[in-house]
Design a protein around this ligand. Structure first.
Ligand code: PGA
Ligand code: ZN
Length: 429
């Protein structure tokens, strides 16, 4: 059997924060090879698959020697001779071998990099690009991008409480045009910040590291940047990743920047005020992961007019997505493969969300590498949306540029996801 797994090998490489991470290479009997690299989050949900780190003094405790040993030892042995095209069997084998609900035994980082590498090897054995292998005969729509302009929260020394101030170029007719719009707004925002004397470099995902006196000041400047770049009437709109678990718990929200502590109700009133006053079409993790009532209240209050995305709240888990829908929480999910730990479980989360008519956004982590796999996943799974960070730093640009290549490969058949991929009832104009 040409597609039988012959060898699985892990090595230590380094991520965009200069921390160690796990790279796995898989080779098949017929000679095809695939590679997977584990990304790493900072604002992590507590129900995510666990990254196995060595602890101790080296690399701030972020070493991955134990994870590498798990790949080179038990994982390599368990996968030998399994058909790489049978991804479900591969992932089931990994899950059973680990034997914990959160992959803490072998390590989520060891498992996801292996799962990714097997999928890449299977696509390579077919001689096709990953996106084409995944899409098969199904539709391929190039994703609507969410591009970070200002980075805050845990990615920028908590310079703002809110983590990501992003834009969505709803007026673009193609992915290529969406990138042009992103470039113009990113540049305009940088110029406005520089003119004000508050440009302090870039944050972990490449967005401008700002110096604002309040969270709302960032929103005001983002609107000005969109205007300065020449976009009008909803051509470019705003998306926020609040990442509220970073500053809220047990129904209390501590806004350090504004030196205020709010109850869930007071915090939601503030957030809903922003949604009313600014062109915001998408809000991710508006409340903390331990605040399901707050999530329900926010989802109900925006009444289907805003995409409400669960990240820490749903951790790419199909069951959690179904339960949240039942409870009236969220109408979209962030898909981060390393939150759940395997390709099969990630795909199941996409499928569950799609059955519900939800938005699905394939997302990078704040710790990334040159790996461009998520560009292929977003297109091949027909997710509709893609979030990889800002418009600088090559670990971000590599992903945007890869979608441009996929768009070119599709040629005349290329279709770009516009506002239609958002799960709202009345689509934004
Ligand atoms: P993380 O953040 O990768 O640091 O967890 C990204 C996000 O919250 O979307
Ligand atoms: Zn998030």
């Amino acid at each position: 059997m040409n597609n039988a797994i012959r060898a699985v090998h892990a090595r230590r490489i380094w991520d965009s924060r200069g921390r160690p991470t796990v790279e796995v290479e898989v080779s098949l009997a017929g000679g095809a090879r695939g590679r997977g690299i584990a990304p790493a989050g900072t604002s992590r949900g507590s129900n995510e698959a666990v990254d196995l780190r060595d602890g101790g003094d080296s690399f701030g405790g972020f070493g991955v020697q134990r994870a590498l040993a798990n790949v080179n030892g038990p994982i390599a042995a368990a996968l030998e001779n399994i058909d790489a095209e049978d991804q479900e069997r591969v992932d089931r084998t990994l899950i059973q071998l680990d034997g914990t609900p959160n992959k803490s035994n072998l390590g989520g980082n060891a498992i996801i990099a292996t799962s990714m590498a097997v999928l890449q090897a299977a696509a390579a054995a077919h001689g096709s690009s990953l996106w084409r292998y995944l899409a098969g005969a199904g539709p391929t729509v190039l994703p609507l991008p969410e591009i970070q302009i200002f980075g805050g929260g845990a990615h920028a020394g908590r310079r703002t409480d809110i983590q990501d101030f992003l834009i969505m170029p709803l007026g673009a007719q193609s992915f290529d045009e969406a990138m042009v719009m992103a470039a113009e707004v990113y540049r305009a925002a940088g110029e406005l910040l520089a003119a004000k004397g508050s440009r302090c470099g870039v944050a972990d995902e490449g967005g401008w590291w700002p110096d604002f006196a309040s969270n709302e000041e960032a929103l005001g400047m983002l609107v000005r940047a969109i205007d300065k770049a020449g976009y009008r009437n909803g051509e470019v709109v705003i998306s926020l990743d609040i990442a509220a678990s970073e500053f809220g718990s047990r129904g209390r929200y501590k806004l350090a920047l504004e030196k205020r502590e709010l109850s869930t109700a007071e915090w939601l009133e503030m957030l809903l005020g922003w949604v009313k006053r600014y062109p915001i079409v998408s809000v991710e993790d508006p409340v903390a992961e331990d605040d399901p009532d707050g999530m329900r209240a926010f989802t109900r209050a925006v009444g289907g007019a805003v995409q409400v995305v669960g990240d820490d709240f749903l951790v790419t888990n199909a069951k959690r997505i179904e339960d949240a829908a039942e409870a009236g929480q969220c109408n979209a999910v962030l898909i981060k493969p390393n939150q759940t730990g395997t390709m099969t479980e990630s795909k199941q989360a996409v499928a569950a969300a799609k059955r519900l008519g939800w938005g699905t956004i394939v997302s990078a982590r704040s710790g990334e590498t040159e790996d461009v796999m998520i560009a292929h996943l977003a297109t091949g799974w027909n997710a509709g949306q893609l979030k990889v960070g800002s418009f600088s730093r090559s670990e971000r640009m590599a992903k945007w540029n890869e979608v441009l290549r996929i768009e070119a490969q599709l040629g005349a058949a290329a279709r770009f996801a516009g506002a239609g991929v958002l799960p709202m009832r009345g689509k934004p104009s």
